[in-house]
Design a protein around this ligand. Structure first.
Ligand code: NDP
Ligand code: MG
Ligand code: MG
Length: 330
Protein backbone atom coordinates (compact mmCIF):
# COMPACT_ATOMS: atom_id res chain seq x y z
CA UNK A 1 0.00 0.00 0.00
CA UNK A 2 1.15 3.52 -0.77
CA UNK A 3 2.13 5.37 2.39
CA UNK A 4 -0.11 8.30 3.29
CA UNK A 5 0.89 11.21 5.53
CA UNK A 6 -1.60 13.04 7.71
CA UNK A 7 -1.61 15.92 10.20
CA UNK A 8 0.14 13.91 12.90
CA UNK A 9 3.04 13.16 10.51
CA UNK A 10 3.78 16.83 9.86
CA UNK A 11 5.11 19.57 12.13
CA UNK A 12 4.38 23.23 11.35
CA UNK A 13 7.13 24.22 13.81
CA UNK A 14 9.65 23.51 11.03
CA UNK A 15 8.37 26.67 9.34
CA UNK A 16 8.63 28.78 12.50
CA UNK A 17 11.14 31.58 12.10
CA UNK A 18 11.19 30.97 8.35
CA UNK A 19 9.67 33.22 5.71
CA UNK A 20 7.97 31.69 2.67
CA UNK A 21 7.99 33.54 -0.65
CA UNK A 22 5.11 32.57 -2.93
CA UNK A 23 6.08 33.55 -6.47
CA UNK A 24 2.93 34.16 -8.51
CA UNK A 25 -0.58 34.83 -7.29
CA UNK A 26 -2.76 32.91 -9.71
CA UNK A 27 -4.73 29.71 -9.21
CA UNK A 28 -2.22 27.95 -6.92
CA UNK A 29 -0.37 31.04 -5.67
CA UNK A 30 -3.31 32.71 -4.00
CA UNK A 31 -4.40 29.47 -2.31
CA UNK A 32 -0.92 28.61 -0.99
CA UNK A 33 -0.24 32.16 0.21
CA UNK A 34 -3.56 32.62 2.02
CA UNK A 35 -3.67 29.13 3.52
CA UNK A 36 -0.09 29.39 4.82
CA UNK A 37 -0.81 32.82 6.27
CA UNK A 38 -3.92 31.54 8.02
CA UNK A 39 -1.82 28.64 9.37
CA UNK A 40 0.44 31.20 11.04
CA UNK A 41 3.29 31.10 8.52
CA UNK A 42 5.19 34.27 7.59
CA UNK A 43 4.38 34.76 3.89
CA UNK A 44 5.46 37.26 1.25
CA UNK A 45 4.21 37.22 -2.34
CA UNK A 46 6.66 37.79 -5.21
CA UNK A 47 5.46 39.29 -8.50
CA UNK A 48 6.75 41.41 -11.38
CA UNK A 49 6.03 45.14 -11.49
CA UNK A 50 2.80 45.76 -13.41
CA UNK A 51 1.35 42.32 -12.65
CA UNK A 52 -2.44 42.15 -12.61
CA UNK A 53 -2.16 40.03 -9.46
CA UNK A 54 -0.30 42.64 -7.40
CA UNK A 55 -3.31 44.62 -6.21
CA UNK A 56 -5.33 41.46 -5.66
CA UNK A 57 -2.71 40.03 -3.30
CA UNK A 58 -2.46 43.31 -1.40
CA UNK A 59 -6.23 43.52 -1.11
CA UNK A 60 -6.17 40.01 0.36
CA UNK A 61 -3.94 41.36 3.13
CA UNK A 62 -0.59 40.06 1.87
CA UNK A 63 2.74 41.80 1.56
CA UNK A 64 3.90 41.91 -2.07
CA UNK A 65 7.41 42.51 -3.38
CA UNK A 66 9.28 42.15 -6.67
CA UNK A 67 10.32 38.51 -7.12
CA UNK A 68 14.03 39.20 -6.45
CA UNK A 69 13.26 41.15 -3.27
CA UNK A 70 10.88 38.45 -2.04
CA UNK A 71 13.54 35.79 -2.62
CA UNK A 72 16.22 37.88 -0.84
CA UNK A 73 14.29 37.98 2.41
CA UNK A 74 12.87 34.44 2.38
CA UNK A 75 13.97 30.95 3.38
CA UNK A 76 11.49 28.93 1.34
CA UNK A 77 10.69 29.93 -2.24
CA UNK A 78 7.66 28.39 -3.96
CA UNK A 79 7.48 28.74 -7.76
CA UNK A 80 3.85 29.27 -8.69
CA UNK A 81 4.25 31.20 -11.92
CA UNK A 82 3.42 29.58 -15.29
CA UNK A 83 5.69 26.62 -16.05
CA UNK A 84 6.80 28.16 -19.36
CA UNK A 85 8.11 31.30 -17.58
CA UNK A 86 9.81 29.61 -14.65
CA UNK A 87 13.23 29.08 -16.22
CA UNK A 88 13.66 32.72 -17.19
CA UNK A 89 12.40 34.05 -13.85
CA UNK A 90 14.56 31.53 -11.97
CA UNK A 91 17.76 32.53 -13.80
CA UNK A 92 17.17 36.27 -13.44
CA UNK A 93 15.27 36.80 -10.19
CA UNK A 94 15.67 33.69 -8.05
CA UNK A 95 19.03 31.93 -8.49
CA UNK A 96 21.21 34.97 -7.74
CA UNK A 97 19.38 35.60 -4.45
CA UNK A 98 18.93 32.09 -3.05
CA UNK A 99 21.07 31.45 0.00
CA UNK A 100 22.68 28.26 1.26
CA UNK A 101 20.12 26.16 3.11
CA UNK A 102 17.08 27.78 1.46
CA UNK A 103 14.40 25.62 -0.09
CA UNK A 104 13.24 25.90 -3.68
CA UNK A 105 9.77 24.44 -4.19
CA UNK A 106 7.45 23.54 -7.03
CA UNK A 107 3.88 22.38 -7.58
CA UNK A 108 4.79 20.59 -10.81
CA UNK A 109 8.01 18.84 -11.76
CA UNK A 110 8.50 19.72 -15.44
CA UNK A 111 11.26 22.31 -15.13
CA UNK A 112 13.33 20.31 -12.67
CA UNK A 113 12.82 16.91 -14.25
CA UNK A 114 13.63 18.15 -17.75
CA UNK A 115 16.63 20.21 -16.57
CA UNK A 116 15.23 23.63 -17.42
CA UNK A 117 16.02 24.69 -13.89
CA UNK A 118 19.24 23.28 -12.44
CA UNK A 119 19.38 24.35 -8.80
CA UNK A 120 22.61 24.88 -6.92
CA UNK A 121 23.66 21.99 -4.68
CA UNK A 122 23.32 23.99 -1.49
CA UNK A 123 19.50 24.26 -1.41
CA UNK A 124 16.66 21.84 -0.76
CA UNK A 125 14.39 21.19 -3.72
CA UNK A 126 10.96 19.72 -3.13
CA UNK A 127 7.44 19.63 -4.49
CA UNK A 128 4.06 20.09 -2.87
CA UNK A 129 1.39 19.55 -5.51
CA UNK A 130 -2.29 19.71 -4.57
CA UNK A 131 -4.42 17.41 -6.72
CA UNK A 132 -6.92 20.15 -7.41
CA UNK A 133 -7.21 23.71 -8.71
CA UNK A 134 -6.28 26.60 -6.43
CA UNK A 135 -9.81 27.82 -5.76
CA UNK A 136 -10.65 24.38 -4.36
CA UNK A 137 -7.47 24.34 -2.25
CA UNK A 138 -8.55 27.65 -0.70
CA UNK A 139 -12.26 26.88 -0.30
CA UNK A 140 -11.74 23.49 1.29
CA UNK A 141 -9.11 24.93 3.67
CA UNK A 142 -11.64 27.50 4.90
CA UNK A 143 -14.06 24.65 5.53
CA UNK A 144 -11.48 23.07 7.84
CA UNK A 145 -10.52 20.33 5.39
CA UNK A 146 -7.86 19.87 2.73
CA UNK A 147 -7.17 18.73 -0.83
CA UNK A 148 -5.07 15.53 -1.18
CA UNK A 149 -1.59 16.41 -2.39
CA UNK A 150 1.69 14.94 -3.55
CA UNK A 151 5.10 15.67 -2.08
CA UNK A 152 8.48 14.83 -3.56
CA UNK A 153 12.06 15.59 -2.65
CA UNK A 154 14.55 16.17 -5.46
CA UNK A 155 17.48 17.50 -3.46
CA UNK A 156 17.93 17.12 0.28
CA UNK A 157 20.67 19.52 1.36
CA UNK A 158 19.37 20.16 4.87
CA UNK A 159 18.58 16.47 5.51
CA UNK A 160 15.18 17.79 6.51
CA UNK A 161 13.65 18.44 3.10
CA UNK A 162 10.92 15.84 3.42
CA UNK A 163 9.90 17.09 6.88
CA UNK A 164 9.85 20.63 5.51
CA UNK A 165 7.72 19.55 2.54
CA UNK A 166 5.30 17.88 4.95
CA UNK A 167 5.19 21.04 7.10
CA UNK A 168 4.41 23.10 4.00
CA UNK A 169 1.73 20.59 3.01
CA UNK A 170 0.25 20.94 6.48
CA UNK A 171 0.31 24.72 6.14
CA UNK A 172 -1.85 24.62 3.02
CA UNK A 173 -4.21 22.10 4.64
CA UNK A 174 -3.18 19.10 2.54
CA UNK A 175 -2.33 16.77 5.43
CA UNK A 176 -5.92 17.11 6.68
CA UNK A 177 -6.89 15.07 3.61
CA UNK A 178 -3.71 13.03 3.09
CA UNK A 179 -0.41 13.37 1.30
CA UNK A 180 1.29 10.81 -0.95
CA UNK A 181 5.03 10.78 -1.61
CA UNK A 182 6.14 10.64 -5.23
CA UNK A 183 9.18 11.70 -7.26
CA UNK A 184 9.62 14.62 -9.66
CA UNK A 185 9.97 12.01 -12.44
CA UNK A 186 6.76 10.18 -11.60
CA UNK A 187 4.70 13.33 -11.10
CA UNK A 188 5.94 14.95 -14.31
CA UNK A 189 5.62 11.92 -16.56
CA UNK A 190 2.20 10.85 -15.31
CA UNK A 191 0.87 14.42 -15.42
CA UNK A 192 1.95 14.85 -19.05
CA UNK A 193 0.65 11.44 -20.02
CA UNK A 194 -2.70 12.02 -18.36
CA UNK A 195 -3.33 15.37 -20.01
CA UNK A 196 -2.15 14.22 -23.44
CA UNK A 197 -3.61 10.75 -23.77
CA UNK A 198 -6.69 10.91 -21.57
CA UNK A 199 -7.88 14.20 -20.11
CA UNK A 200 -7.28 16.79 -22.81
CA UNK A 201 -6.06 15.11 -25.99
CA UNK A 202 -7.98 11.89 -25.52
CA UNK A 203 -11.29 13.43 -24.54
CA UNK A 204 -11.42 16.18 -27.17
CA UNK A 205 -10.54 13.82 -30.03
CA UNK A 206 -13.09 11.28 -28.79
CA UNK A 207 -15.79 13.96 -28.73
CA UNK A 208 -14.80 15.27 -32.16
CA UNK A 209 -14.75 11.80 -33.70
CA UNK A 210 -18.23 11.08 -32.33
CA UNK A 211 -19.56 14.45 -33.46
CA UNK A 212 -18.03 14.12 -36.96
CA UNK A 213 -19.46 10.60 -37.35
CA UNK A 214 -23.01 11.70 -36.51
CA UNK A 215 -22.89 14.91 -38.57
CA UNK A 216 -21.28 13.03 -41.47
CA UNK A 217 -24.18 10.58 -41.41
CA UNK A 218 -26.66 13.43 -41.78
CA UNK A 219 -27.79 14.03 -38.20
CA UNK A 220 -28.27 17.58 -36.96
CA UNK A 221 -25.17 19.28 -35.54
CA UNK A 222 -27.09 20.40 -32.46
CA UNK A 223 -28.16 16.85 -31.60
CA UNK A 224 -24.62 15.60 -32.17
CA UNK A 225 -23.27 18.31 -29.84
CA UNK A 226 -25.66 17.33 -27.05
CA UNK A 227 -24.91 13.61 -27.35
CA UNK A 228 -21.14 13.80 -27.72
CA UNK A 229 -20.05 16.88 -25.77
CA UNK A 230 -22.74 18.30 -23.50
CA UNK A 231 -23.62 15.01 -21.83
CA UNK A 232 -19.97 14.29 -21.11
CA UNK A 233 -20.30 16.31 -17.90
CA UNK A 234 -23.07 14.11 -16.51
CA UNK A 235 -20.91 11.04 -17.01
CA UNK A 236 -17.74 12.65 -15.69
CA UNK A 237 -19.52 13.87 -12.56
CA UNK A 238 -20.68 10.31 -11.84
CA UNK A 239 -17.18 8.90 -12.46
CA UNK A 240 -15.69 11.56 -10.18
CA UNK A 241 -18.15 10.89 -7.38
CA UNK A 242 -18.16 7.11 -7.44
CA UNK A 243 -15.95 5.63 -10.13
CA UNK A 244 -17.07 3.34 -12.94
CA UNK A 245 -19.48 1.55 -10.56
CA UNK A 246 -21.54 4.62 -9.83
CA UNK A 247 -21.70 5.70 -13.47
CA UNK A 248 -22.80 2.23 -14.55
CA UNK A 249 -25.33 2.04 -11.74
CA UNK A 250 -26.80 5.37 -12.76
CA UNK A 251 -27.11 4.95 -16.54
CA UNK A 252 -29.69 2.65 -18.14
CA UNK A 253 -28.95 -1.07 -18.58
CA UNK A 254 -28.95 -0.44 -22.33
CA UNK A 255 -26.24 2.18 -21.93
CA UNK A 256 -24.29 -0.14 -19.62
CA UNK A 257 -24.48 -3.03 -22.11
CA UNK A 258 -23.36 -0.70 -24.94
CA UNK A 259 -20.50 0.46 -22.75
CA UNK A 260 -19.26 -3.13 -22.24
CA UNK A 261 -19.67 -4.17 -25.88
CA UNK A 262 -18.45 -1.09 -27.76
CA UNK A 263 -15.95 0.76 -25.55
CA UNK A 264 -13.12 -1.63 -26.31
CA UNK A 265 -13.78 -1.42 -30.06
CA UNK A 266 -13.19 2.34 -29.84
CA UNK A 267 -10.24 2.31 -27.46
CA UNK A 268 -8.72 -0.81 -28.97
CA UNK A 269 -5.32 -2.50 -29.06
CA UNK A 270 -4.08 0.08 -31.59
CA UNK A 271 -5.01 2.89 -29.22
CA UNK A 272 -3.28 1.18 -26.30
CA UNK A 273 -0.21 0.63 -28.46
CA UNK A 274 -0.19 4.32 -29.38
CA UNK A 275 -0.55 5.27 -25.71
CA UNK A 276 2.64 3.33 -24.97
CA UNK A 277 4.43 5.29 -27.71
CA UNK A 278 3.15 8.57 -26.29
CA UNK A 279 4.43 7.56 -22.85
CA UNK A 280 7.80 6.58 -24.32
CA UNK A 281 8.13 10.05 -25.95
CA UNK A 282 7.42 11.65 -22.59
CA UNK A 283 9.90 9.41 -20.78
CA UNK A 284 12.71 9.86 -23.29
CA UNK A 285 12.35 13.65 -23.26
CA UNK A 286 11.20 14.02 -26.89
CA UNK A 287 7.96 15.74 -25.92
CA UNK A 288 9.73 18.09 -23.51
CA UNK A 289 12.38 19.01 -26.09
CA UNK A 290 9.70 19.76 -28.67
CA UNK A 291 7.64 21.90 -26.30
CA UNK A 292 10.65 23.81 -24.96
CA UNK A 293 11.93 24.59 -28.48
CA UNK A 294 8.40 25.47 -29.60
CA UNK A 295 8.26 28.09 -26.85
CA UNK A 296 11.65 29.49 -27.81
CA UNK A 297 10.47 30.19 -31.36
CA UNK A 298 7.14 31.80 -30.38
CA UNK A 299 4.90 28.74 -30.65
CA UNK A 300 4.28 28.44 -34.42
CA UNK A 301 2.77 24.95 -34.18
CA UNK A 302 0.78 25.70 -31.02
CA UNK A 303 -0.76 28.78 -32.63
CA UNK A 304 -1.52 27.07 -35.94
CA UNK A 305 -3.20 24.16 -34.16
CA UNK A 306 -5.16 26.49 -31.92
CA UNK A 307 -6.47 28.36 -34.98
CA UNK A 308 -7.34 25.18 -36.84
CA UNK A 309 -9.23 23.75 -33.86
CA UNK A 310 -11.33 26.92 -33.63
CA UNK A 311 -12.51 26.31 -37.20
CA UNK A 312 -14.11 22.94 -36.35
CA UNK A 313 -17.93 23.10 -36.69
CA UNK A 314 -18.38 21.96 -33.09
CA UNK A 315 -17.15 25.39 -31.95
CA UNK A 316 -19.88 27.39 -33.68
CA UNK A 317 -22.72 25.04 -32.79
CA UNK A 318 -21.53 24.93 -29.18
CA UNK A 319 -21.46 28.73 -28.91
CA UNK A 320 -25.07 28.94 -30.04
CA UNK A 321 -26.35 26.10 -27.90
CA UNK A 322 -24.67 27.36 -24.74
CA UNK A 323 -26.57 30.65 -25.15
CA UNK A 324 -29.70 28.59 -24.45
CA UNK A 325 -28.24 27.43 -21.13
CA UNK A 326 -29.00 30.17 -18.61
CA UNK A 327 -26.97 28.39 -15.91
CA UNK A 328 -23.72 28.64 -17.86
CA UNK A 329 -22.14 32.08 -17.90
CA UNK A 330 -19.88 32.90 -20.85
P1 NDP B 1 -1.55 30.86 -12.98
O1 NDP B 1 -1.38 31.07 -14.45
O2 NDP B 1 -2.92 30.71 -12.42
O3 NDP B 1 -0.85 32.08 -12.19
C1 NDP B 1 0.37 32.57 -12.55
C2 NDP B 1 0.74 33.72 -11.62
O4 NDP B 1 2.10 34.07 -11.86
C3 NDP B 1 -0.07 34.99 -11.85
O5 NDP B 1 -0.26 35.64 -10.62
C4 NDP B 1 0.84 35.80 -12.76
O6 NDP B 1 0.63 37.19 -12.67
C5 NDP B 1 2.18 35.44 -12.18
N1 NDP B 1 3.28 35.62 -13.12
C6 NDP B 1 3.29 35.40 -14.46
N2 NDP B 1 4.51 35.67 -14.96
C7 NDP B 1 5.27 36.07 -13.91
C8 NDP B 1 6.61 36.53 -13.81
N3 NDP B 1 7.40 36.61 -14.87
N4 NDP B 1 7.06 36.87 -12.57
C9 NDP B 1 6.26 36.80 -11.49
N5 NDP B 1 4.99 36.39 -11.54
C10 NDP B 1 4.50 36.03 -12.74
O7 NDP B 1 -0.64 29.61 -12.58
P2 NDP B 1 -1.09 28.25 -11.86
O8 NDP B 1 -1.42 28.56 -10.44
O9 NDP B 1 -2.07 27.52 -12.70
O10 NDP B 1 0.26 27.40 -11.94
C11 NDP B 1 1.35 27.62 -11.05
C12 NDP B 1 2.09 26.30 -10.87
O11 NDP B 1 1.23 25.38 -10.21
C13 NDP B 1 2.53 25.63 -12.16
O12 NDP B 1 3.77 25.01 -11.93
C14 NDP B 1 1.45 24.58 -12.38
O13 NDP B 1 1.90 23.48 -13.14
C15 NDP B 1 1.16 24.18 -10.94
N6 NDP B 1 -0.12 23.54 -10.70
C16 NDP B 1 -1.28 24.15 -11.12
C17 NDP B 1 -2.51 23.58 -10.82
C18 NDP B 1 -3.76 24.28 -11.18
O14 NDP B 1 -4.83 23.77 -10.83
N7 NDP B 1 -3.77 25.43 -11.85
C19 NDP B 1 -2.61 22.32 -10.07
C20 NDP B 1 -1.35 21.82 -9.59
C21 NDP B 1 -0.16 22.41 -9.93
P3 NDP B 1 -0.40 37.98 -13.67
O15 NDP B 1 -1.72 37.98 -12.95
O16 NDP B 1 0.16 39.35 -13.80
O17 NDP B 1 -0.43 37.23 -14.95
MG1 MG C 1 -0.27 19.32 -16.39
MG1 MG D 1 -28.07 9.78 -24.38
Amino acid sequence: MTKMYYNQDADLKLLEGKRVAILGYGSQGHAHALNLKDSGVDVVVGLYEGSKSWEKAENDGLRVLKVSDAVKESDVVMMLIPDTSQKEVYERDVKPFLKEGNALCFAHGFNIHFNQIVPDNCVDVFMVAPKGPGHLVRRVYLEGKGVPSLIAVYQDYSKKAKELALAYAKGIGATRAGVIETTFKEETETDLFGEQAVLCGGVTELIKAGFDTLVGAGYQKEIAYFECLHEMKLIVDLLYEGGFERMRYSVSDTAEYGDYMVGRRIINEDTRHEMKKVLEEIQNGEFAREWILENQINRPVFNAMKKRELEHPIVEVGKNLRKMMSWIQE
